[in-house]
Write a protein that binds this ligand. Structure first.
Ligand code: SPV
Ligand code: MG
Length: 672
């Protein structure tokens, strides 16, 4: 693809502006001339070859082009008869550089906004720019358009005509036809044929050059013929340059696809990049490798980005209302799927103030997929995973965890995402419940499943997931054993162990006082916490003290006394448990605890008080909500039902309806 720019004209109507330099060097803004703007557009599209016809002031023109230092190879062709011929003859002079090439042809006095050039460049067919919304000009070019094709171009056509600008994309075969007609004109004996428009030769082809009319509607594209045109063009460009463009990014890894779309967006105006908040990224895809501040700095340093702001949610509304961009740019991938409601909202907000949405074809990038895979592998490594629970609590304020007791339930905890009104929700962490781990092995929840076996479960889960792990440590066992458990879990990449203040034969808390359970003394339990804290090696690992006072009906005073004693002993978090259906005692505890301690994370397990939403827990100051047993409790009846159906029907057919298809189950686990 070559660009052909016609600069042989004398620009006589420009008065003194062209007495000492060619028209194309006329300044249209403080930073640009007509020519520098054109060459920049050509170069930014990736075109490197330019053929430029020249006439008067040709050496000045050449040194000016060199001074622009653009990565362009420009072939200058001087029309020796520029004073008595027209650009048809200039093209004729340059024909040897133009034959058999795809060409973008423009007159040297044409000024257009970037989107115009991009549309011409992207056209898959030969095209000429026209506008269906502009009035027909008296003296300028008009194109006769029938069935979308340009049949004639000239100033004399008014029927079936549209305002047209001399900016073309011409594919080789179509261009060769026009060029042959130009050559025939210029080699004829008729001198008038060297002085007419090149379009006169085109018109002889009666549409055979196959040029489509590219309707620019209101996009800006105009020739500068006289000082009035110049004033109008300069003022229009000022408006165009003041336009704001908005894009949002969640990524922490920039690749070529991002750079391409940023470049395209920046060509529309001042590009404001909305960087998605850490919290939004967390729920949308995965824990960000880089925190918001670093992702922001990364975008601030990409050329073409005018400013970077935070976008707090997946919804664009807040920022669109605040910055009122003229354009929002996005890949066309959000026409489908969970992002559709976000797009619909963007469209409606833009409609409200007259902004437009620009969608570029989305290209999924193999390199990005590979980087994403590597990021996930990295995130499952012990040092990366362990630290993420603390970070997630700090980032989101309140997080959720669901139980996992096997690789398969780990995958459910890892991959389940729900999209609601354009927002995404997923679990932040996994809870390795003693109840569910024991139940999966058909054993009671009495610390019978030994630590070696429990750690095996943790390892199975960690092998196939990346999310942080909270380990149910029961009573923590003997203090002498507990210190080993802490170190082992820490080494494996577990983020937090929760130990309950019980001693002797532990029974599940949900039995409450129906069974014999003994609470540990405050000093003994503090001693265990202290020993654990001393044993751990990193600052990331957390020991959470679980208080059983409400379960064992020892009263609120006792619960609070223990909570403060345990945090004084070094506990990194407090779990308060209850088996009441009503959340009142949990809320009371949280309220009282928060009066004295605003920072220590509070953990709850709302198995009984299950009507409380995460939003309400958040408002009350709870930081970790654990869904401790729901996968086990829902899986068991489903399996039992299937077993019964087979027995009842003496075959498996009836049971198939409640089963996942065989095709799905074998695809459930991706192979590396
Ligand atoms: C567990 O899930 O094992 C727990 C929470 O410890 S609870 O069952 O409520 O005691
Ligand atoms: Mg337990």
């Amino acid at each position: 693809m070559k660009a052909l720019i016609l600069n042989s004209g004398t620009g006589s109507r420009m008065a003194s502006l062209t007495s000492e330099r060619p028209k194309c060097m006329t300044e249209i803004s403080a930073r640009e001339t007509i020519l520098s703007r054109q060459l920049k557009a050509v170069s930014e599209a990736g075109i490197t070859e330019v053929v430029m016809t020249t006439g008067a002031f040709d050496s000045m023109l050449i040194s000016y082009c060199n001074s622009l230092e653009l990565p362009l190879h420009i072939t200058y062709v001087k029309n020796p008869f520029y004073e008595r011929t027209n650009y048809i003859y200039s093209i004729y002079c340059a024909k040897e550089y133009l034959k058999n090439e795809d060409i973008i042809l423009m007159h040297g006095d044409l000024v257009f906004e970037n989107m115009v050039f991009d549309e011409v460049f992207a056209s898959e067919m030969s095209c000429m720019t026209v506008s269906s919304t502009l009035d027909l000009p008296e003296k300028d070019f008009k194109a006769v358009v029938r069935n979308g094709k340009v049949e004639k171009v000239g100033i004399e056509f008014f029927d079936d005509a549209m305002a047209a600008q001399p900016l073309y994309k011409l594919l080789k075969d179509d261009w060769n036809k026009w060029l042959d007609a130009i050559v025939a004109y210029c080699e004829s004996d008729d001198e008038a044929k060297k002085k007419c428009y090149a379009e006169n030769a085109l018109n002889e082809l009666n549409g055979a050059a196959n040029i489509t009319a590219l309707d620019l509607h209101d996009l800006f594209c105009a020739e500068v013929d006289d000082p009035d045109d110049l004033a109008a063009v300069s003022s229009k460009l000022r408006d165009i340059e003041a336009r704001k463009v908005y894009m949002c990014f969640s990524t922490d890894m920039i690749h070529s696809g991002h750079i391409t779309i940023i470049r395209k967006a920046a060509r529309l105006g001042k590009l404001i990049v909305g960087v998605l908040s850490d919290e939004a990224v967390c729920s949308y895809k995965r824990f960000p490798l880089l925190p918001f501040s670093e992702r922001k700095a990364m975008f601030e340093n990409i050329s073409g980005v005018y400013s970077v702001v935070e976008q707090k949610e997946l919804s664009y509304r807040e920022n669109l209302e605040k910055y009122r961009p003229d354009y929002v740019v996005h890949g066309d991938d959000w026409l489908e799927g969970f992002q559709r409601p976000i797009r619909d909202e963007v469209v409606s907000v833009l409609e409200g103030y007259g902004g437009s949405l620009v969608e570029f074809p989305y290209s999924s990038d193999d390199i990005y997929e590979e980087l994403e895979k590597r990021a996930r592998a990295e995130m499952s490594m012990p040092f990366m995973r362990r630290a993420r629970l603390k970070k997630a609590i700090a980032m989101k304020g309140t997080i959720s965890a669901i139980e996992a007791h096997s690789g398969l339930t780990g995958l459910i905890a890892e991959n389940t995402v729900v999209y609601q009104n354009g927002a995404a929700r997923q679990f932040d962490a996994m809870w390795i419940s003693s109840l569910c781990d024991s139940t999966a092995k058909g054993k009671p929840d009495i610390e019978l499943v030994d630590m070696t076996s429990r750690l095996r479960t943790v390892d199975d889960i960690m092998e196939v997931t990346t999310k942080p792990v909270i380990f149910d440590g029961d009573t923590g066992g003997l203090t002498e054993h507990f210190v080993y458990t802490v170190r082992t879990l820490e080494r494996m990449g577990v983020s937090m162990i929760i130990i309950e203040d019980k001693t002797g034969l532990k029974k599940n808390s949900l039995f409450g006082t129906d069974v014999q359970q003994t609470q540990a003394s405050i000093p003994d339990f503090c001693e265990k916490i202290r020993a654990g804290k001393k044993a751990q090696k990193t600052a990331d690992f957390m020991i959470c003290a679980r208080i059983e006072s409400l379960i064992l009906e020892q009263g609120m005073e006792d619960a609070l006394e223990r909570a403060f004693a345990f945090t004084d002993a070094g506990a990194d978090a407090i779990m308060i448990h209850s088996r009441k259906k009503e959340p009142a005692e949990i809320f009371e505890f949280v309220e009282e605890f928060r009066k004295r301690d605003k920072v220590t994370p509070i953990v709850v397990v709302p198995t009984s008080f299950n009507t409380v939403t995460e939003e309400e827990f958040r408002e009350r100051g709870v930081n970790v909500v654990i869904y401790a047993n729901q996968l086990t409790r829902s899986g068991f009846p489903a399996m039992q039902n299937a077993a019964k159906m087979i027995l009842e029907h003496h075959r498996a057919k009836e049971c198939d309806d409640i089963c996942m298809s065989f095709k799905d189950i074998i695809r459930l686990i991706p192979e590396e």
